[in-house]
Write a protein that binds this ligand. Sequence first.
Ligand SMILES: [Cu+2]
Length: 238
Amino acid sequence: MAGGGRTVFDVFFRLLLPAGLLCLTGCDGPQSTLQPAGDAARVTAALWWGMFGVSVLVTAGVTLLWLYALRARSETPDAAQQRRAQRWLMMGGGVALPVIAIVVLLGFGIPAGHGMLPWPDDERPPLRIEVTGHQWWWQVHYPEAGVTAVNQLHLPVDRPVDLHVRSADVIHAFWVPRLGGKIDAIPGRTNVLRLRATETGTMRAQCAEFCGLRHAHMTMTVQVLPAPAFDQWLERQP
Ligand SMILES: [Cu+2]
C-alpha cells in the first residue's frame, strides 16, 4: 500500500497538477464560456461551476474509497456484512445518487434554458437579427434597418436580441460562448435564440456543428456596442 500510495501522489503532483494548471490558461479570452458577458452565459457559467464543484467532491470521495479499499485487511467480512455493503452501494450509488444529481441539475438547468427562449417581452421589443449559416461563413441581416453583414455580428448592449437562425445548406450551429448557449442552424427551419449582452467589447462566435472541411474556420467577430454607437454603426452601413 505504501508503494501504491506514493505512486498515486507522484502521478498527481508530477503529471496531473501541472497538466491541470496548464489547461487553466485556456479558460480566458474572447471565446470563453467562463468569462460571461451576457445574462444567459452568466447562468450557464454558474451552472458549470456548480457541476465542477460536485465533480471535485465525487472524485475526492471515490479516490478516498479507492485508497480505503487498497488497505490490507487482516479479517474478511462475513456473508451478512458483504450483503449489507452491496445493498448500501446499490441503493446509495445506483439509485439515490443519480436521482439527486438529475433533480439538482434539472432544477438549475431548466430555468437556464428558459432564459434563452424568445418569450413575449412587454417592456421593450427585442431587436430582430437574422443569422444564416453558409459553408463556411455567416450572413447577418438586420431587417428593420435593411443592413446585411458578413462574418460580423454587431449588438447593442443591455438590449434583448432575438437571433433568427437558419442555414442555406447543411446543419451548422450558432454559438457565442461569452453570451449564451448554442442553437442549431437547420436548412428549411428557423430557430430563435434570445440573448442579452451586458458588457461591451469584442468576442468571437464559432460554428458548433461539424459542417465540412472548413468548419473550424467558420467563425464570426461579435462586437457589443453602447446603444448610440450601435445606431451609428447601422446608419453608416450601405
Ligand atoms: Cu460548422
